[in-house]
Design a protein around this ligand. Sequence first.
Ligand SMILES: [Zn+2]
Length: 606
Amino acid sequence: MSLNDLTQGAIAQMVQTADPSSSVQNPVCQILSIKKIQASAASASSMGDRYRIILSDGVKYAQAMLASQKRSMVESGELEKHCLVRISQYASNSVQGRRILILLDLSVVHPPTADRIGSPTNVDDSIKPEGGVKQEGGAGGALGNSNVGNNSAGRTTPATSAAGMPIYPIEGLSPYQNRWTIKARVTSKSDIRHWSNQRGEGKLFSVNLLDDSGEIKATGFNDAVDRFYSMLQENHVYLISKARVNIAKKQFSNLQNEYEITFENSTEIEECTDATDVPEVKYEFVRINELESVEPNQTCDVIGVLDSYGELSEIVSKASQRPVQKRELTLVDQGQRSVRLTLWGKNAENFPNHAGVDEKPVIAFKGVKVGDFGGRSLSMFSSSTMLINPDITESHVLRGWFDNDGAHAQFQPFTNGGGAGGAMGGGAANMAERRTIAQVKDQNLGMTEKPDYFNVRATVVYIKQENLYYTACPSDGCNKKVTPDHEGNWRCEKCDRSYEQPEYRYILSTNVADATGQIWLSGFNDDATKLMGMSAGELHKLREESESEFTAVLHRAANRMYTFNCRAKMDSFNDQARVRYTISRAAPVDFAKAGAELVDAINAYM
Ligand SMILES: [Zn+2]
């Protein structure tokens, strides 16, 4: 093997040419390395592992990604380090300012050689950053079948008709090339959302799109809603072209893609009847009786028979102050348990219009949120999908089971500490959602008749010294305040007797703060003991010995961070109504876990 077996100069051209049809055709290159990259958790189930390849033409080498439909070439051992490949289809993509080749189709033309051929150097070093469709004039000379000579302006001249445009993998899209068509399946579609602010008002909707290479979100505003909303249907496949590729706003998306699509006036969308090469939505179903092993706030896929569904109701979301429509479904499966699932918005409203909903249909859900309200419950996200009586094996199994046995079975609902359904006003809500202190106040938690529950991560700033603890009845389970009687003993009115010694119990009042504000919380004996690091009895004894030791304990208890589970409830005190926040549980912050949560939160802005 020698340099002449490789298409020298091909890499520089491939990397810099936005339209592969005008670049070098079927170049032969050598593979210098193959490296597996861990699929992100979100895409692992649908995409699997990916492979990064260093590709050399003997002169230059470049980073490339193997399209996921070709990963079996690596897994079967066909594609190896130092083998020679002919690349018949590829795309050149800019990722964070670097050019990366996506290898869409290739074949091995020679088994691995002893070593690398030539002394290739990094192609990145010879490329001017961005605006990157300019070609290196010199490189083309060595290439027999290149089209470089046709591009007098040094630019590629891509096909202009929509039909003639190359189909790009979703992963190949970037803001630096605007001539593309993708062929993708709609995996989810949002409701139409309306907004109004000082700058005006409008409407929008979005869809998530899937192909072999990955997923991307696409959004249409105003006119695009009228043109495309009813046309784009979940699970159908479309050819989409002439839309803008933007940097993704990840705080509004559950996808990992760096980019997203915005439909424009020029955008063309056409439904595609040949859909066999576009992957179907893949499910990883969790059985209803296994939901307890899924952490709250995670998403999962669930399939079950619809046992019943509730009436449409409307609530005003405390978080957004807007009315929201909701409807609850009850799902069952072979595990003999039932679970409630909340639909929102248009999904909730239109639910009874679906065919077959009254005949105990099987419904498959993708990406629903798990809540711990009532033990376990489920809730749709805007990105969640729902298919009624899908033509998949699991669905047929459930149908057979239900029609034979299931219809006569008794199902056990999830319940623990749930109380009445919907008391949280939010279906698959968590018993206590995490809030900031400002949110607790802005959302008027605890200002209505029903108590509200929340979590807050905050630092103890101050603990009130007076009335930190009281003298309590020592008899089992009483806890009433006792007062000294005329014989120097401690009298409990409730138990109607006196004791030599009282028990001391905390009624702690502590000021806690986070980055958004400060708030007073009250804590009772168990949690206060944890906060103070000693029982009220021990603290009382310490105080009798030394006031300064006592205040030192109070100082030591401050400047510590906890996750507080709280209840907010209206309280009347001297005829004045006020909200009282009571600690039901305080746990020291698990910094590793909290750090991982912050990483997720920060990534949504990057
Ligand atoms: Zn008592």
